[in-house]
Design a protein around this ligand. Structure first.
Ligand code: SAH
Length: 401
């Protein structure tokens, strides 16, 4: 049987076993689909993730022991809930049932930041007293669609994004006052308008109704501005462990030209800028690039440039221009990188490639391509448990010639 199938079959088995357990730690496990391993001891979770990574990746190089968390609960700094109207209950907040658009009410969650969870409960209760209607996906009627809460792990700043089906929030001022009175930690509130039939949470239009419209957080000793739509790692504690390992793999001496591809708000680029000659970040999301540019300024980093572009196209342009690059960090989304990107990487021939991946299957696919088409070889792989209780696996991988 091929490895992917074994990997999926094993993951499936685990889930069945979890569902059969009589009393789960989580009252909605089995319905939610968020955590595959909620009732498995943490050590056992780490062991099975280690095995899965080895199964998929050991043919490419040595897999080091997974870096786990000391306190794995409530690690998520970004929490999302969807609203719905349910007969007999009124407005409920929760998550979509796995593979459906039925909303499962959630009171608290083992993964999520507890303060964020409390804020979501308050938004729901306030919605009831302000007589706001939950948005109905089928008819398109109603107002309140989702809420997104982001918490700065170090700063404690909190952003609340109310996602509405239309732009007007009745009694906006009072709503904001009441919510801020209940939770004085909230530093900013935004309205985001999403009137499309889509599974995407956020729409394009945004309006700041309280505070500065973004939060700041600290990571690896740097300060970062985070907008509602920018990607920011959800597990701050493990992100520092991940970046430390990535920086160790990069072996920077202060002279190198470094590319941070798929850079988000520039976290990796800015974390290593002090150890490099020059860092160049590329990212598709406009808001994230804007945040990255601000973040360089805020941290007084002068040797970092950020570009808004498709990473593959950008790297190809660099290869065409004969640019010299010493180290490339790449941290693509779950779908992995592209042949266009990997071909350009081979042409540029950096000394080291540090590939950070949140999906070992696409990492395996890209490693197969890269090692098949070039003399690059994997020197070491380290899994990092960024997503305890779930089946998701993050890895960082060093390649060299
Ligand atoms: N390295 C960052 C972000 C990683 S997430 C961090 O650790 O925080 C992956 C990022 O890739 C997201 O910000 C996403 O917007 C971006 N992205 C997705 N497709 C892309 C593409 N084709 N080109 C460049 N960036 C892309």
């Amino acid at each position: 049987m091929d490895k992917k199938r074994v990997y999926r079959r094993e993951a499936g088995k685990e889930k069945d076993a979890g569902e059969k357990q009589k009393k789960s730690l989580c009252p909605v496990s089995g319905k939610c689909g968020g955590c595959q391993f909620v009732d498995m001891p943490y050590k056992a979770q780490l062991k099975r993730k280690q095995k899965q990574v080895e199964l998929l990746l050991k043919e490419y190089g040595k897999v080091k022991p997974i870096i786990g968390m000391e306190e794995p609960a409530h690690y998520r700094n970004k929490v999302h809930a969807v609203f719905a109207f349910q007969k007999g209950r009124g407005i409920v907040s929760g998550i979509y049932q796995e593979k459906s658009h039925r909303v499962v009410p959630v009171e608290s969650c083992l993964l999520e930041d507890q303060k964020a969870g409390e804020i979501i409960q308050s938004v729901r209760e306030l919605a009831k007293s302000f007589k706001l209607k939950a948005y109905d996906e089928d008819s398109g009627y109603g107002l309140l669609r989702h809420v997104l809460v982001r918490v700065g792990h170090v700063t404690g700043e909190i952003m609340v994004v109310l996602v509405l089906g239309s732009p007007i929030l009745p009694s906006k001022k009072n709503f904001v006052n009441e919510l801020c009175k209940l939770h004085t930690e909230i530093t900013t509130i935004l309205i985001n308008v999403n009137n499309k039939r889509t599974s995407m949470v956020l729409g394009d239009k945004e309006q700041v109704i309280y505070g500065k419209g973004y939060i700041e957080d600290e990571l690896c000793g740097r300060r970062f501005k985070i907008s509602a739509k920018s990607f920011y790692q959800v597990n701050s504690v493990q992100t520092e462990a991940l970046y430390a390992k990535a920086a160790e793999y990069a072996q920077l001496t202060g002279k190198e030209t470094v590319v941070d591809a798929y850079c988000g708000i520039g976290t990796i680029a800015l974390a290593v800028a002090g150890q490099a000659g020059k860092v160049i970040g590329v990212e598709l999301n406009k808001d994230a690039v804007r945040d990255a540019v601000t973040n360089a300024k805020v941290n007084q980093i002068k040797n970092a440039d950020f570009y808004q572009n498709d990473a593959g196209r950008f790297l190809t342009q660099m290869a065409d221009a004969g640019e010299k690059v010493d180290v490339v960090f790449m941290d693509p989304p779950r779908s992995g990188s592209t042949e266009e990107f990997l071909n350009a990487l081979i042409r540029i021939r950096p000394k080291r490639i540090v590939y950070i991946s949140c999906e070992p299957e696409t990492l395996a696919r890209d490693l197969k391509y890269l090692t098949g088409k070039s003399s690059y070889r994997v020197q070491e792989i380290t899994p990092v448990d960024m997503f305890p209780f779930t089946g998701n696996i993050e890895t960082v991988c060093l390649l060299g010639n």
